[in-house]
Design a protein around this ligand. Sequence first.
Ligand SMILES: NC(=O)c1ccc[n+]([C@@H]2O[C@H](COP(=O)([O-])OP(=O)(O)OC[C@H]3O[C@@H](n4cnc5c(N)ncnc54)[C@H](O)[C@@H]3O)[C@@H](O)[C@H]2O)c1
Length: 363
Amino acid sequence: MGEGAERVGVGMVGGGRIADLNKLGWLEHDRGEIVAVCDVNATTREARAAEWSCRAYGALEDLLADPDVDAVEILTPHHLHADQAIAALDAGKHVSLQKPPTTTLAEFDAVAAAAERAGTVCKVFENFSFYPPHRLARRLVDEGEIGEVLSVRIVTAGGRGEGQGWNVPPEANAWRMDPALCGGGMMTFDHGFHCFQMGRMFVDAPVERVHAFINVIDFGDGLQIDAPALISWRYGGLPPRFGSWELVASLELDVLSDYYVSDDRIEIRGNRGIIWVNQCTGKLLQEPALVLYRDGEVRSFHRLETDWAASFRDSTFDFIDAVLEGRPAQLTPAEARETLAFALAAQRSAVERREIVVAELGS
Ligand SMILES: NC(=O)c1ccc[n+]([C@@H]2O[C@H](COP(=O)([O-])OP(=O)(O)OC[C@H]3O[C@@H](n4cnc5c(N)ncnc54)[C@H](O)[C@@H]3O)[C@@H](O)[C@H]2O)c1
């Protein structure tokens, strides 16, 4: 794709569960197009090629050799991300890399170095940052509505799986049960990347210290879930500011959802006001998506787009527009590295049963 190109052609690498949401932006943006898919599973790649009317490849190098592929979306299990992203960047492609971008900081630094060499757009795809109520919350913080942010509290409600929300195929859970492939817990590392990003999104200070209690529920047959969990952290600088993420596993709770059966609520407290974002992936309670309290008055925001899918569409739009405009996309590698270090610090804290200074993980 040359300077001033009209369209961005993407190769989707991995056509599994999340491709159903990552495809949306490509189908809806008038200057984006899915031109190819690569999946090692022949049934999956043929089905996706038919669905998207695009070419199908079984090997990444063949997709990367396709001159119509300007950019790649990496939607494979986490342990493959680093090598695939580096191969794509070395082939001169723009890369959108699903969270968690890698399983270690060393791998992440190799990806960031490849991005630097390539000079193409390298985006770590984290969609909670694009969820419309979260974006409004950040805007209200920027506009000073709640004064200085003093605390961020996140609660994730995991609910009953049967008969609700998405059908997640057993293959999509299998690799998530193997620490060598997933790098950390399916809830506290995989889903956690979103919550750690939320922990960073509303406070303009680095997260310096982290403590995590992470329980593991063993369901037998090789299925485990790293829940419940309670993770807390301290931001750098003054005044003293703390954040927390509580993950509650309510295994008999109905969580209304069109996607995963979980929902996230965020409370951002400032020295003058409070913001609540009451839903995200699911629709646990029928409350306004965002509520603002300040000066004795409550404002409720009802007219926001609250479908979780919108966060995927808008994050993909950001990638396509960044490629077309020659600007960085969100998350940049530098931003994503901070979130990854935060996530890894929480994993280490739970294992070593002590508070972790994030800088211990290496700067
Ligand atoms: N942003 C989000 O909210 C969100 C949600 C779910 C998953 N994800 C991320 O997306 C990624 C994929 O998750 P998923 O749930 O779709 O998993 P999945 O198991 O459903 O899909 C992975 C796909 O990759 C394919 N694959 C495996 N090895 C491959 C290879 N070497 N080359 C090409 N294709 C290969 C598999 O055949 C499968 O179709 C993970 O990194 C996950 O963290 C993000």
